[in-house]
Design a protein around this ligand. Structure first.
Ligand code: FES
Length: 224
């Protein structure tokens, strides 16, 4: 039926879906809703800043930290050494043969090496703190060397790490050779290369005797 001039105007509100324009207009002016939205927006920004800081600060520290770190003093590089029996024992030790693998708990406890601990000519595995050890590093901060007493007061220390790819070399006293188990590298008793792929001799550590104790100067090792 066609609308006439006497019909009342159509009621737009009656046809509008529930909750549309009018309800939205009311909602956007509701102070409680606006305050809640602002709070949520601030929380989002805050969480974004916190996440960015949590990721970014360690990365910046990782890059900048080494630049600010002071190199260890010359004196702090010198470390006392412990004879590590858990690795191997020298010729004539319990069990016979020239090389006796030992693991805890049947190994004797490590002992600090002083000037008279070793016989002249004896070569033993020793352990000591690495050059840049951190206070919480524990046993992971230890490194190792082969220590030889060459005279009453003179010692030589060779890195245990093969100059090829870093495998631990083993001292064979009967053959007077260091052998690398990984790729057949062989070194003479003075650490020079006898055979195999090692490109250069075993690295030597400076050794000194101070207050009757044998000390090794820890240092980074060139490998390969
Ligand atoms: S790591 Fe020693 S020969 Fe390769």
């Amino acid at each position: 039926m066609k609308p006439t001039d006497t019909d009342p105007p159509p009621d737009d509100k009656a046809d509008a879906p529930e909750g549309a324009p009018e309800a939205t207009a009311e909602a956007t002016t509701d102070p409680a809703l606006i305050a809640r939205r602002q709070l949520l927006a601030k929380m989002c920004v805050g969480l974004g800043v916190a996440s960015g800081a949590a990721l970014g600060v360690p990365m910046v520290g990782f890059v900048v930290g080494p630049l600010l770190k002071k190199p260890p003093s010359d004196e702090s590089r010198w470390k006392p050494v412990l004879q590590a029996f858990y690795w191997c024992e020298p010729l004539g030790a319990k069990g016979g043969g020239d090389f006796n693998w030992r693991t805890e708990p049947d190994a004797p406890p490590p002992r600090i090496i002083n000037v008279d601990t070793l016989a002249i000519g004896e070569t033993v595995p020793v352990k000591f703190d690495d050059v840049s050890v951190l206070p919480w590093a524990g046993v992971t901060g230890l490194t190792a060397a082969w220590l030889r007493r060459v005279s009453a007061t003179e010692f030589i220390a060779y890195s245990v790490n093969c100059a090829h790819l870093g495998c631990p070399v083993q001292w064979r006293p009967q053959a007077q050779l260091f052998l690398c188990p990984c790729h057949g590298g062989v070194y003479y008793a003075d650490g020079t290369v006898a055979a195999g792929p090692p490109p250069h001799p075993l690295t030597r550590y400076p050794v000194r005797v101070r207050a009757n104790l044998v000390e090794i100067a820890a240092q980074p090792l060139p490998i390969g």
